[in-house]
Write a protein that binds this ligand. Structure first.
Ligand code: ZN
Length: 337
């Protein structure tokens, strides 16, 4: 289906400017000041998001098998992510680090970072986690086995790989860093009673990065996290942590989605604050970030969809239309920030 809204918008603006230039009063000798609106009108051509490409990127990650840190499947996928970003012209850095998991396991992490226009001081940071949950602790069966993580992990990365492909084809005015964080989903399983402070079990890759940014004194205008952005019935309410740290970014992104015709999916309702990579990127690294995350307000106690941390999180729940709505919104924000 592509992104008809975006293409239409770009074309419409281009046509508008051409018309204004064609009717330019300066050609009939009028004062140059009359020209100002025409010459200052800026057109932005936003590339069309390719949902088939994004879907294939999700599929490809799932084909590696679960991407659990310290496994060969994980490492193979990490290498592929770096190669893919490089192929699209990004300057790639694989940040290796170690972290202690809730059970004492030392996790060998790789944050995979692709920078477009690394020389630009004006930057946007786009990110998602690429690891998958080592357990299916919300399932009723095979709860100690890892999940596919087609949605929780691969969907956000898939959309951002397609964004990277587009950035390789047509560069944006702003510098863009695409960051794939590792070890987001290794938090203690539900069968262990939660203790206070356990939120630090999660998001180990982004916590590591926030303390050791890949560029000293790294700054970005804002950050945008994508998490679980592939389910057919996904709803993107305004997430509480995003509203706390980055209300303007939330407003900008949600307004853009609405303009593109995705207002049904990008709702104006607020959710409670959640623990996700945007908390650590906003709070520890000071990059105000919004999280586009599928959160179902009516589901208690944690408002994620029925696939969440179960074996149902596989390719069968991934929907091209959802990927397209998220990807088109992200491209629009990147090319017309
Ligand atoms: Zn998860």
């Amino acid at each position: 289906m592509g992104a008809p809204g975006l293409v239409g918008k770009g074309v419409a603006l281009a046509v508008l400017v051409l018309l204004m230039q064609a009717c330019s009063p300066s050609e009939s000798g009028n004062a140059p000041a009359m020209n100002a609106p025409a010459t200052s009108a800026r057109t932005y051509e936003v590339p069309a998001f390719d949902e088939d490409s994004a879907y294939a990127y999700v599929e490809r990650q799932v084909a590696f098998g679960p991407r659990v840190p310290n496994t060969p499947e994980h490492d193979a996928c990490g290498e592929w992510l770096a190669r893919e970003l490089e192929r699209h012209g990004a300057q790639v850095l694989v940040q290796e680090g170690r972290a202690r998991a809730y059970d004492g396991t030392i996790l060998h992490m790789q944050n995979v970072i692709g920078s477009f226009h690394p020389e630009s001081r004006d930057r946007i940071m786009l990110y998602a986690h690429w690891d998958t949950r080592p357990f299916a602790d919300k399932d009723s069966t095979r709860i100690r086995e890892p999940i596919d993580g087609a949605n929780d992990g691969a969907s956000g990365v898939g959309v951002l790989l397609e964004v990277a492909r587009q950035l390789g084809l047509k560069s944006a005015d702003v510098g863009v860093d695409i960051v794939f964080f590792d070890a987001e989903d290794y938090g203690r399983p539900a069968w262990i009673e939660t203790t206070e402070g356990s939120f630090r079990d999660w998001c180990l890759g982004s916590q590591f990065w926030a303390q050791n940014p890949h560029v000293p004194r790294y700054r970005a205008r804002f950050g945008l996290l994508l998490d679980m952005v592939g389910a057919a019935d996904a709803r993107f309410h305004q997430e509480g942590t995003s509203l706390r740290y980055a209300p303007n970014v939330v407003r900008k992104v949600w307004r853009r989605a609405e303009l593109l015709g995705f207002g049904d999916r990008f709702s104006s309702k607020a959710t409670p604050q959640t623990i996700d990579d945007n908390l650590f990127v906003s709070d520890m690294a000071g990059i105000p970030s919004a999280n586009i995350v599928d959160y179902r307000i009516k589901v208690r106690p944690m408002g994620y969809g029925p696939f969440h941390h179960t074996h149902a999180d596989n390719m069968s729940i991934i929907d091209r239309n959802t990927l397209n709505e998220v990807g088109s919104t992200v491209l629009s924000v990147v090319y017309e920030p």
